[in-house]
Design a protein around this ligand. Structure first.
Ligand SMILES: NC(=O)c1ccc[n+]([C@@H]2O[C@H](COP(=O)([O-])OP(=O)(O)OC[C@H]3O[C@@H](n4cnc5c(N)ncnc54)[C@H](OP(=O)(O)O)[C@@H]3O)[C@@H](O)[C@H]2O)c1
Length: 229
């Protein structure tokens, strides 16, 4: 399979490259710096590297890769942690950055990769979401007072709506588009209750794909299965 992963130089993205490479797939990653490029070249010499910030559509649209190549699986993984757990401590500029990376970044990459995905017989788009993007779980009060930021929850909530829009449009064309909470991971962006290695999470996501347990319009958690939106 041809797999495209955003943010592959560290954290979960790095482990996605490892898992998909060691299982014999062709992996391409979108990363945004020369230092990130050096890391990929050192650890994954066979990985194709595309350099762009995912929030910059102009730069993404200049990538020749998508003119002829096909992509079977797009994993919109790149993201960032945030701050500001109250109105007083939150800033609209930070909320805007979160919206840009989690929602518009995933949208931009999907848009530039669309024709490559359409060349695949079974295209899959996995948007790496979070339990914190779930409107229903937030409404039930599960995260109240637990120190989670406005920006991150709003960014992931917006990304979840993008996943819904894409699944409704592209599902009828044979795509499978889903949102996936990768678990509470021991990465630099992890929450205080993190417990799972990113490699373990990447392996679980890989298994969901190869066992065909991903449906169009689904919202999954690698720890507990299907989640409510
Ligand atoms: N960690 C957790 O427990 C957890 C839980 C739920 C969901 N998630 C989600 O899982 C995904 C991966 O998380 P992680 O913990 O592995 O994060 P991480 O260690 O902070 O890595 C984030 C990756 O995204 C890249 N990135 C950020 N902004 C970018 C941009 N504008 N353009 C291109 N690349 C960009 C980073 O590149 P640079 O090195 O250049 O910054 C880095 O490679 C994220 O979407 C996160 O929200 C994580």
């Amino acid at each position: 399979m041809n797999v495209l992963i955003t943010g592959g130089n560290r954290g979960l993205g790095f482990e996605f490259i490892k898992v998909f490479s060691e299982t014999g797939n062709n992996v391409t990653t979108i990363i945004r710096s020369e230092s990130a490029k050096k890391i990929i070249e050192e650890y994954f010499p066979k990985c194709t590297i595309l350099l762009s910030d995912i929030t910059n559509y102009t730069d993404l649209s200049k990538l020749d890769f998508f003119k002829n190549n096909s992509v079977d699986i797009l994993i919109n993984n790149a993201g960032k942690a945030s701050y500001g757990v109250s109105v007083k401590d939150s800033e609209s500029s930070e909320i805007e950055k979160q919206f840009k990376v989690h929602c518009l970044g995933a949208f931009n990459v999907t848009k530039v990769a669309y024709s490559s995905l359409a060349r695949s017989k079974n295209p899959i788009i996995i948007n790496i979401s979070s339990r914190l993007g779930s409107m229903s779980r937030n409404a039930e009060g599960e995260f109240t007072g637990k120190g989670f930021s406005y920006g991150y929850r709003i960014g992931k909530g917006a990304q979840n709506m993008l996943t819904q829009c894409l699944s409704q449009e592209l599902g009828v064309k044979g795509f499978k588009v889903c949102a996936l909470h990768p678990g509470r991971l021991l990465t630099s962006s992890g929450a205080t209750d993190a417990h799972m290695t990113p490699y373990e999470s990447a392996k679980k996501v890989y298994n969901l794909i190869v066992k065909k347990q991903i449906e169009n319009g689904g919202y999954y958690c690698v720890e507990t299965g299907s989640m409510s939106w």
